[in-house]
Unconditional design. Structure first.
Length: 188
């Protein structure tokens, strides 16, 4: 099921009428994303989103990028107590100490990996394309065996805030799965 929009493009229903959400749906969600830095950013933002709506994170993303040095794992890995205090005082981001500390810890783990290793690891869990496109949002799962396996592999390496639901959201947003519903103009 799609929803009509002012530009006459049928879309998945979740962006609603919000212009920024529609832009994200149209230009980013479900588009294959590669690169350790880009996937570290996606992992971090999805971790911050846990328990919140994605539009909240999307609206705060520019500030997140600014205060987390563009999500450069090399830079974020060097953050210390003063940086944590600075981030906890910044109303432009989600001020959750556990999520901030996890992002810094995750950056340290990415820094230890070989160039391209995070990308290869995450994409190794991308499932084969399904035989049929979902017809409605009700047909889209919150967790899959692949997202559970990705979560387990990342947690085994020490990553935090990478639960299976969070990893499925990452898989959707990074184009590892294409959950645009049938009839959506973005449906392949």
């Amino acid at each position: 099921m799609t929803i009509p929009a002012p530009d006459d493009r049928p879309r998945c229903p979740w962006p609603g009428e919000d212009p920024e959400y529609r832009r994200y749906h149209d230009e980013e969600w479900g588009t294959p994303l590669h690169g350790d830095r880009a996937l570290f950013e996606k992992m971090s933002l999805e971790g911050f989103q846990a328990g919140l709506s994605w539009i909240t994170i999307l609206r705060k993303r520019p500030r997140f990028r600014e205060v987390f040095a563009g999500f450069d794992p090399e830079v974020v890995a060097e953050f210390g107590d003063d940086d944590i205090a600075r981030l906890m005082a910044d109303p432009g981001i989600i001020r959750n100490r556990a999520k901030i500390e996890a992002t810094i810890g995750n950056a340290r783990l990415v820094r230890e990996m070989a160039d391209g290793e995070l990308d290869a690891l995450m994409w190794s869990f991308a499932p084969a394309a399904p035989a049929a496109r979902p017809r409605s949002m009700a047909e889209i799962p919150a967790v899959t065996p692949e997202s559970e396996a990705m979560s387990k592999a990342l947690r085994k390496r020490g990553f935090r805030f990478v639960g299976p639901t969070t990893m499925y959201a990452l898989m959707q947003s990074a184009g590892m799965v294409d959950d645009h519903v049938a009839g959506c103009w973005r449906a392949a």
